[in-house]
Structure formats: structure tokens, C-alpha cells
Design a protein. Structure first.
Lengths: 222, 402
């Protein structure tokens, strides 16, 4: 049974890295690289950062490199505060990052090189999207499924969806609101901060909201 | 074969493997390298082939044959591509191409995708017989000797794509260049689960006492692995901590430099009863597995490194790891999350002391490390990536529905 139009089909995305051949040893070279990198590369280093299972200190690869390898913590902090979903698409993200770097370089104009082998490498991804064979017809089934799916599936529906659907929407909230008519639940899940949790924590938070909703339904509460 | 990975590898990887195989079923995949045994490439190919077959792919593995002169040339080429000055005469180049031409006549190169591993068989691409050809370069060619690179570049331009292990090992060839990180097989003798009794008895057999914390480094006796530096780390750590050091490496019989390094290590150890230098024969996978499982902290304090899969092996056993920030080690160690990256003997010693005195932190990072390996460095992910590249090359595009 493939399920009807109201069925939520869990999907997942897997990525395969492609090297662009570009790299940077210091902030000036990073700035040049960001200016010239293909959109797919900017997308990979910002939006796809959340596929990592160690996201807590930074929100994109540029911030992580600035913090971990350039050891420019103030710059890392500013780059981390860029919200890719509110920057007007990839070109908007590129501009926001360049603005932060330009301002920083006005304050600190002499960038130092990183240790050899710690250069920043501009990459991009080939993305393979596939159904994982798990689906939900209602909230109770969703509750079971969300416990079981891989973190990469959470990434696809909670993060990647924002670039597909635009703005702050995620696939889960869209399904809760549009198919199940549960607008409040959709809003509560939409309010989960995507920048401060790893995927397992995101799973826990969604689970908590859905469990609460199922409990209310069972108890007949509004 | 694949069912063995259920419950170990991420579910999504296994689903995607099946889906990609369904799309590619009946098509022919060919791997070509220069040896059937010995070395990481042959090891992983040997373990990947049964997976390809079980997925229903017509997969073959061919090996180029050559004489001593051919392999002397390819050894020099290998070194030159990694930046070491080497003399490769015009006659040697000619012989290298001739041997490949003979192999092209002997081997069936017809396939839908051909993965050619490393420089030895690279010229086979001149005899391609349809299909997509991918040069799989396992070595770091980022700073090669220019003359050697020029020749290889000329050959490799005939490929459809290249694959490197890490972005920083790559050199631009004007082709699509993918990055596939190497992997470990969780079902192999070196990485399989082991009961504590087996760990204990293996360590006893190796003469390693179990009454104190064990610091371990597993690597060849090679200056780039800095075993002498590891002894200095141990001496700094021991000032405040009771522990022993185990340096375990393979035999250095065929490597004159290896013997010299081993002599330096023994001199530096100076008959210290708490330093155990183990020369393990090839194939000591069970012993390495037990040593890694019995260790308290595992080091890979390399000064220069290829990918450094011993780090993933250690992390797979849930151990806190400390590694030099070189080669592929920063890909595996997320500093402060799955272990620590270090740049000096002093830095390594400080991190060892932190782990010894804070076992809870070590346990937490060890667990994160194991999960990081599970998601990123298992053979199922690597096979998935090869099939993914093949599928992407067949269909085109950067976002593919499978």
C-alpha cells in the first residue's frame, strides 16, 4: 500500500561531496573564495551545515573555520548569527557573509594564515533524495515513525524543507496544518529553534510536541 | 552479507544502497588496481565486492600485472606525486605505458563504469571500451613534483571524473572531482565486537598488563607517525598519572627507514618497563582490535598522514582519541566533540592528562566518536557513495531522486 494523498512519506537525503578546487589560507582568501564560489558551494557550506551531527557552536562552515582554525572568535560569532533562511536565498546569504567579513577586515586588516593543512576547501554536494519506506497516515503513526527515522530524514524534512517550501516552513508543520488541520501544533513545531540543537535534540522536541497533541486528542481536550 | 550491517550501519544508507542497486541492476561495474592483497585499497575492495554482488550488480575486480621495473617506476611515481623528488627516466615512463598497454590487451575493460585505483593502472583509460571512467586517487597529490604530475595529468584528462579521499588531497584536473572518504568494515576481524574476556586474554598473551590505564598508538614505525614524540608525551603524562604506553606497529623488515625509526624508539624508551613496543606481524587484526578495546586513551600523533583510518578504528571502539591535525585526521576528530586535535607534544600530553583525570569526558567523547564513525566512516557509506556517483554520472544533475 502506497498510502493516499494525505499520507506523510518520510524521505531522506544523502550527499556526496564534490571538490571545487578552490581553497583559502586566510580571511582575505576566504572572502575572495566566497565571492567567486558557485551557488551550490555556498549552499553546501551554509544550509547543509545542519546535516552535521556537531552543530552546536556554529551555524555554518565559514563560522566553524573562523572559530576553530583562524581562531578569530569574534568573527565566528558574527558569522554564526547569520540566518540563512532569512537572508533572501543563496545570494542573500553570500552577501550577508561578505558584509560580516568586510566589516571585520576593516577592524582587523592583517589576516594571518592558518597552520598548513587547515585551509578552507570550497566544496559542493550531489544530493540523492529517496523515500525511506516509512509513512504515517495520522498523528499516532507519525509519533511512532519520528522515533524511528534516521537523523538524515529529520534534516530533510525539518531543515532542507525550508529551502524547498520557502521561509520558516518545514515539512512536518506543513503536514500538520494542511492535512491534519492542526495549525497550533504546526506553529509549535515551527517555533523550534533550528540553530541551537543537534538533530537528536530536534527529534526529542518534535516528539514532545506531538506526544502532547496525541495525549490531548485522546483525553478529548481542546 | 548486507543483513550483517542491519542494526550497525545507518538505516538510510542500507535503504539507499538497495534503491541505487535497483536503478543500476544488470549494469557492469569494474574496479582495477595493482594488487589483490596488501594495503588499504585491496582490503576495502575485497570487502566491498560481496556487497556489490549481493546487490545484484555485475561487479568485477581486475588487477594489472607488471614486472619489477614497472613496480619500481610506479613506486617512484607514487612518491613523486606525494611531493618527494624522484628520478623517473624517459625509458621508465615508456615501460610504464607499455605495461599498461599489455594489460589493456589482456583485461576485459568493457563495463558501464570503471573505477581505476591510483596511478599504477591509470593509463588503461587510453584503451577505454565504452562506459564511464573514474580515476580513484587514494594518495595526496596536492603538492606533487611538477614533472610527474604533468604526465599523470595528461593521462587523467581522459577520465570522466576523479575521486579523492579528502578535498585537500585533490588537484584540479578539469573534471568533476568527487570526495569519498575511506571507511572501515565493522564486521572485519579488526573491528568486530569482542567480549571483554577475549580482550583480556589477548592482552595477556601480548604481555600487556591490565592493572593501569593504557595509552596506545597503533602505526607503522615511521617518522611521520612520530613514535618518539609519543614517548615524550608519555613521560610528561606520567609525572602525575600512573599509566603505561603501548606502541604497536607492523614489522619493518622491508623498510630500512622503518628499522632506523624502531631503533630510535627503543633508544628513547631506554628499557623503561612501562613502555611496550610491539612489532606485530601482518594480519594481526585480532590483536589490534583487542589493544584498541583495552586502551584507555588512543593517540595518532602523526606529523604527516594519509587519511589515518586508525583514528576511525579507535573511535569505533568508543575510545577517546587525540590526533595530530594533519591529513584526514581532522575529518575524523571533531575537536572537543569526538576527541582532540593537537599540534605539539605538550598539547597531546595535556589532552591525555585531561582524559585520564576525567573518564566521564572521555566516555562522552568516545560515544560521540563511535556515532560519528557509524554515520560517516563505515563501508556501507563508501559503497553507497560509489554507486551514487555512478548514478549521478548516468543521470546528470546535482539533485537526484532515487
Amino acid at each position: 500500500m502506497a498510502g493516499g494523498p494525505s499520507t506523510f512519506h518520510f524521505k531522506e537525503s544523502a550527499t556526496i561531496l564534490k571538490a571545487t578546487g578552490r581553497s583559502a589560507r586566510n580571511l582575505r582568501e576566504l572572502r575572495e573564495g566566497i565571492g567567486r564560489a558557485p551557488e551550490k558551494s555556498i549552499f553546501h557550506h551554509t544550509y547543509e551545515y545542519f546535516l552535521n551531527d556537531f552543530v552546536l557552536q556554529y551555524t555554518n562552515d565559514f563560522a566553524r573555520w573562523a572559530g576553530e582554525f583562524l581562531e578569530e572568535r569574534a568573527l565566528a560569532e558574527r558569522l554564526t548569527s547569520i540566518d540563512p533562511y532569512e537572508s533572501g536565498g543563496i545570494e542573500g546569504v553570500r552577501k550577508a557573509i561578505l558584509d560580516v567579513i568586510d566589516r571585520y577586515m576593516e577592524e582587523f586588516p592583517a589576516p594571518r594564515d592558518v597552520f598548513p593543512e587547515n585551509e578552507f576547501y570550497f566544496n559542493e554536494n550531489v544530493v540523492l533524495v529517496f523515500p525511506v519506506g516509512i509513512r504515517a497516515e495520522n498523528l499516532a503513526e507519525f509519533l511512532m515513525a519520528i522515533k524511528y527515522v534516521d537523523p538524515a530524514s529529520l534534516y530533510y524534512h525539518f531543515y532542507d524543507a525550508r529551502t524547498r517550501l520557502g521561509g520558516e516552513l518545514n515539512d512536518f508543520s506543513a503536514w500538520f496544518a494542511d492535512v491534519l488541520g492542526k495549525k497550533e501544533l504546526a506553529e509549535r513545531v515551527g517555533l523550534i529553534d533550528p540553530f541551537v540543537h543537534d538533530l537528536e535534540r530536534i527529534r526529542g522536541l518534535i516528539l514532545r510536541e506531538v506526544e502532547e497533541e496525541v495525549r490531548r486528542d485522546m483525553e478529548g481536550q481542546p | 552479507v548486507i543483513s550483517g550491517y542491519v542494526g550497525i550501519a545507518p538505516k538510510g544508507d542500507l535503504v539507499l544502497l538497495q534503491r541505487l542497486a535497483k536503478k543500476l541492476r544488470g549494469k557492469r561495474l569494474l574496479n582495477v588496481n595493482s594488487t589483490r592483497s596488501g594495503g588499504g585499497v585491496a582490503e576495502i575492495l575485497g570487502r566491498a565486492m560481496p556487497i556489490y554482488h549481493e546487490l545484484g550488480l555485475d561487479a568485477r575486480w581486475e588487477v594489472v600485472k607488471g614486472d619489477a621495473r614497472f613496480f619500481e617506476t610506479t613506486k617512484r611515481l607514487h612518491n613523486a606525486l606525494q611531493g618527494k623528488p624522484q628520478e623517473i627516466t624517459a625509458q621508465m615512463w615508456e615501460h610504464y605505458l607499455e605495461v599498461n598497454a599489455k594489460n589493456a590487451g589482456r583485461l576485459d575493460l568493457a563495463a558501464d563504469v570503471v573505477f581505476v585505483h591510483d596511478p599504477q593502472p591509470a593509463p588503461l583509460v587510453r584503451y577505454r571500451d565504452g562506459g564511464k571512467w573514474v580515476w580513484r586517487c587514494h594518495i595526496d597529490v596536492s603538492k606533487p613534483q611538477p614533472a610527474a604530475w604533468e604526465r599523470v595529468e595528461d593521462i587523467c584528462r581522459n577520465y570522466d571524473a576523479a575521486v579523492f579521499s579528502v578535498s585537500k588531497f585533490a588537484r584540479y584536473l578539469g573534471l568533476d572531482q568527487y570526495v569519498i572518504r575511506p571507511s572501515i568494515d565493522p564486521l572485519s576481524e579488526k573491528n568486530r565486537e569482542m567480549e571483554p574476556e577475549e580482550v583480556k586474554s589477548t592482552l595477556e598473551r601480548l604481555g600487556i598488563p591490565g592493572d593501569r590505564p593504557i595509552l596506545l598508538q597503533v602505526s607503522r614505525f615511521d617518522r611521520f607517525k612520530d613514535p618518539v614524540g609519543v614517548i615524550r608525551v608519555f613521560r610528561m603524562v606520567r609525572k602525575y598519572n600512573r599509566c603505561i604506553l603501548v606502541l604497536a606497529g607492523s614489522s619493518a623488515d622491508d623498510d630500512p627507514e622503518g628499522e632506523a625509526v624502531l631503533a630510535e624508539v627503543r633508544e628513547m624508551a631506554d628499557d623503561d618497563p612501562d613502555i611496550y613496543t610491539l612489532l606485530l606481524p601482518p594480519g594481526s587484526d585480532r590483536e589490534i582490535n583487542a589493544l584498541q578495546r583495552g586502551a584507555t586513551v588512543i593517540l595518532q600523533k602523526s606529523l604527516r598522514e594519509g587519511f589515518g583510518l586508525t583514528v576511525a578504528e579507535a573511535m569505533w571502539k568508543g575510545k577517546p582519541v587525540i590526533g595530530g591535525a594533519v591529513g584526514g585526521i581532522p575529518q575524523q576528530i571533531v575537536h572537543g566533540t569526538t576527541g582532540f586535535l593537537v599540534y605539539s607534544v605538550e598539547g597531546a600530553a595535556f589532552r591525555v592528562r585531561q582524559f585520564l583525570n576525567n573518564p566521564e569526558m572521555g566516555g562522552r567523547m568516545g560515544e560521540s566518536g563511535r556515532e560519528h564513525v557509524r554515520k560517516n566512516f563505515l563501508i556501507t557509506r563508501q559503497v553507497r557513495d560509489y554507486l551514487g556517483i555512478w548514478y549521478a554520472m548516468e543521470t546528470g544533475g546535482a539533485m537526484l531522486e532515487v
